[in-house]
Design a protein around this ligand. Sequence first.
Ligand code: R5P
Length: 288
Amino acid sequence: MIVVAGPASPKLGKRVAELLECELAPLEWKRFPDGESYIRIPGDLKGESVVVVQSTSPPQDKRLMELFFILDLINELGAREVTVVIPYLAYMRQDKRFREGEVVSIKVVSRLIESFNVDRVILVDVHSRKVLDSFNVDVAEVSAMPLIGSYFSSIDLVNPFVLAPDKKALILAERVAEKIGCKYDFLEKRRDRITGEIKTYFKKINVKGRDVVIVDDIISTGGTIANAAEMARSLGARRIYAACTHALLVKNALMRLSSAGVFEIIGTDTIESNVSKVSVAPAIVSVL
Ligand code: R5P
C-alpha cells in the first residue's frame, strides 16, 4: 500500500502513512500565475494499492480539480487499486433540492469522483445519509466524534455538558458525551433558505457553572455555534468550547465565536489549520 497526500492534506496524509507503516509517495504541486493547478508524482505506481488523501475544503473547486488530476495520474501510473479518502467533501450540504430548480451539487461531485476508476471512497462525518447514497462505488464513513470526545476527556472540564446546536447534531453530541461520561441535549434551529439567516430557539438547559462543549459537524460562518454559545452563556455556563469535525471558519467566524463567549475552538485535520487539534488519521486507518 502507498499513500498519496494531496496538496490540501499533507499532514493528514503523512499521519495515515505513518499509522499504516507504508510509503508516502512524493508529490509535486504548484499553482500557475493564472491560478491553474499542476500535479506531478515522480515514480511508478504499477500494481500498487494506492490510498489518496485529499480534502476539498476552500478553495473547493481548485481542491477538487487537484483531486481529479491525482486520480487520473495514478491510473496512468498503473495503480491496481484506488481508495480515495476525502476528509472534507465539498458540496455535501447541497444533498437535495431544497427549492425547486436547484442543482443537487453532491450528485455531480460524486459522479465525477467515481469516473476515475475509484474502488472505494472514505469520508468523515458526512452531512447526511444522502451523501453516502450519492455514490455508486463502495463508500465508508468514519466519525471524528470519539476522538473529539477523547480530547475533552484528557482536559479538566468542570461538570461538563455537551450541547448540539440543532437536532441533526444530536447524534454527534451523544458520541462525544459518551466518551466524556456526561449529559447532553440539543437546541432547535431554523435556517432561512434564501438569506441563510439562523434562528435558535430558547431552551432552559441546566448549564449553570458548568463547562459546555458545543458540537457540530461543520463550523462555517460560526453563526450556528455563536447562537448556541450566547444561549449557554446567558444560562450561566462557565467555559464554552466549540468542537467540530470540519472547521471551515469562513469570513469572521473566529471573531464571531470569540464575541459569543467561546473559550476554545477544537477542529480536526479534515481541514488543516491552527484549530486542527484532533487528528482523524486513526479513524481513517481503522477502515483501511
Ligand atoms: C448545518 O446543518 C451544519 O450542520 C452546520 O450547523 C452549519 O453548516 C454551520 O454553519 P454556520 O457555522 O455558518 O452556522
